[in-house]
Every structure is written in C-alpha cells, then in structure tokens.
Design a protein around this ligand. Structure first.
Ligand SMILES: [Zn+2]
Length: 188
C-alpha cells in the first residue's frame, strides 16, 4: 500500500481570556482505518501527530472528517484551549465549522443545566453558593463539581454523590460540617 501524504485540513486560531494564541495548521491522512492528524503550531513551531481510531462504518473521507471535527477537535486539549476561530479550510466552510461549534455549545449548556437542576437540593453545593464560592459542574461527570477555595485562587473539588469536598492545594477535606467549620475559622 502506498504511503499517503498529508493534506491540509484546517488553519485555526484560539482565543483564551481575550488573547489570541496564534495560528495552527492541521493536516490529515487516512491509512489502515486510522486518521492521522499533524498539528503544526505557528507560534512555537512544534509539530505533533495524533492518531485517531474511528468506527469503520464511517466510509467516506468527509464522514471521517466530520466525526473528527465534532468528536475530537472541539473536545481534545491536543488542539489547544479556549475559543476556536476558523481561519481557512479547503475542505469545509466557516459556516459548517460554526454550526458544529454552536451545536456542541448548546449540548454542553443543556448538560450543565440538567446537572445543576439535579443538585438543586444538595446542601454542600447550596452552602458553597451561599458563601459565594461559585460552585459549578466541572463538566466531566454529573456528580463532580468545583468551587473557589476559601483560601483564594484555586479550586475545591466537590462530589454530590459522596457529599465530600477536598482542596489538594490546602490539603483539606471533609463534608458539609467540616466546610462550615473551616469557613468560620477563616472569617475570624
Ligand atoms: Zn485551598
């Protein structure tokens, strides 16, 4: 079998906290039911390759690339963080890129809303909210939340299933009563 060469797939930028990172180019090739993605970072000039397995019922290149964009690109830290900005692609339009992005954002917001609704009677979450620790679902599992730590600029990890919290940074943990106690000490 002849070795396929890489084809340009997408040039994109990413914006995090209102700062644009700079351009990255992605190239792809398909070989033996694997999708190979080459990322060329125009900022630090690094080149990295990612190999992606996909379901073999995806039998056209466009179906494979659509799968890649939806299930891998927007969800994988390999490609960077923050908001992705379309710059150019010979294979799909900016409209298509934006529609996938907003579809995923809507799905994410819906998922977060369901998680928040399910935790609305959770005493640990409600206490965190009452003392302005801004608890939010961490977006991984429905029962995993994060909140600001009482001691400042890092996060508490919370579980709505065990009703326990912990701060790896402060090396403190416990349940609701321990958090209330710690909060009282902090206030003094
Ligand atoms: Zn802490």
């Amino acid at each position: 079998m002849k070795e396929e060469t890489y084809i340009h797939l997408l040039k994109y930028n990413q914006e995090l906290m209102f700062v644009e990172y700079g351009f990255c180019d992605l190239y792809y090739k398909i070989n033996n039911n694997k999708l190979f993605i080459l990322k060329m970072d125009q900022q630090d000039h690094s080149i990295n390759e990612l190999v992606i397995s996909y379901n073999t019922n995806l039998n056209t290149t466009s179906a494979i690339l659509a799968y890649f964009l939806k299930e891998v690109f927007f969800k994988n830290l390999f490609f960077g963080e923050g908001e992705f900005i379309y710059e150019k692609s010979e294979l799909f339009s900016e409209d298509y890129f934006s529609s996938i992005k907003s579809e995923l954002n809507d799905a994410y917001r819906q998922k977060i809303k369901l998680i928040e609704d399910a935790a609305k009677n959770n005493d640990l979450i409600n206490f965190c909210r009452a003392i302005n620790l801004n608890p939010i679902p961490d977006g991984t599992q429905a029962t995993n939340w994060i909140a600001n730590c009482l001691k400042g600029n890092h996060h508490l990890l919370l579980s709505t299933i065990t009703n326990q919290w912990g701060c790896p940074y402060c090396q403190k943990k416990g349940g609701l009563s321990e958090l209330k106690e710690w909060h009282l000490i902090q206030k003094k």
